[in-house]
Design a protein around this ligand. Structure first.
Ligand SMILES: Nc1ncnc2c1ncn2[C@@H]1O[C@H](COP(=O)(O)OP(=O)(O)OP(=O)(O)O)[C@@H](O)[C@H]1O
Ligand SMILES: [Mg+2]
Length: 255
């Protein structure tokens, strides 16, 4: 298996609280891998560690075979490793379209970035970023609210905008943290379709944290179950749903 993300024996504690516990996961290149687990299992913390937002205590993280342990988020961004946030973090006083235009170019876009400093190319550069932002906003189905202030969008629309931000660059790996939370059913269908298209047509690899099991079932293979900071089990959604340990962890109180 070609792992694009390879998390090896990672540990992380906050004060005395051990949150990530000898955790090892691999995300195969080209996959849409699910990451599920009860509240507080450490899913977002693991994302923060992978994406360079939080230093780990021990262990390693590899991106496409290169050690990226504790590299800062912006360096990883330029290598095509992007994430969305569990709480959307839009620029509320800018329009939806302007929010997309704010995302700095990465990878092949670096040529465009150089052009920003070349007088005379500035206009065409702005046009290029704007054109891409308009394509993205169409893709995520927010064309009709493109000129609304982002702060006025619904929770679901803000999540779509988060996904859109990852499309302004040439992403290779995208970490989605509860992108479906608060999104209505119609928008959710669009979101799932868009994730599938990005995966198939543009070769994005996704690691998806989600509590919505329908969405996980539709999108993800394999699915990794995290509990108390370690991998409990990994497999297809069918294997996960029939696993007694998982049923106990998730539904134990209900049975
Ligand atoms: N910066 C922090 N300082 C202290 N404790 C933290 C910090 N971030 C997270 N924690 C704790 O670490 C544990 C794991 O949190 P995390 O947010 O990673 O869980 P999660 O699996 O994403 O949960 P949820 O499904 O509710 O989003 C929780 O007990 C949380 O309170
Ligand atoms: Mg979380």
């Amino acid at each position: 298996m070609a792992a694009i993300i390879d998390v090896q024996h990672v540990n992380k504690a906050f004060g005395g609280l051990k949150v990530i516990n000898d955790c090892s996961i691999q995300v195969e290149k080209g996959s849409i891998t699910g990451l599920i687990g009860p509240n507080g299992a450490g899913k977002s913390t693991l994302f923060n560690i992978i994406a360079g937002a939080l230093p780990l205590d021990s262990g390693r993280v590899l991106l496409d075979g290169d050690d990226i342990t504790n590299q800062p988020a912006n360096a990883l961004f330029h290598r095509g490793l992007l994430r969305t946030f569990q709480i959307a973090h839009e620029f509320s006083h800018m329009t939806a379209l302007e929010n997309l235009m704010m995302v700095p170019p990465a990878q092949s876009g670096e040529n465009l970035f150089a052009a920003w400093f070349t007088p005379g190319l500035v206009r065409s550069e702005e046009t290029e970023v704007r054109r891409r932002a308009l394509e993205v906003i169409d893709f995520i189905g927010l064309h009709h609210v493109r000129n609304e202030l982002a702060g006025n969008l619904s929770g679901g629309q803000k999540k779509l905008l988060e996904l859109g931000r990852t499309m302004m660059t040439d992403a290779r790996v995208v970490l989605l943290d509860e992108i479906a939370a608060g999104v209505n059913r119609t928008l959710l269908g669009d979101l799932v379709t868009n994730i599938e298209r990005l995966n198939r047509e543009l070769g994005y690899t996704f690691l998806v944290i989600e509590h919505d099991m329908d969405m996980i079932a539709r999108l993800c293979d394999p699915v990794i179950v995290l509990a108390q900071g370690s991998v409990m089990v990994e497999g297809s959604i069918a294997e996960i749903q029939n696993n007694p340990e998982v049923i106990e962890a998730y539904f134990g109180a209900a049975s």
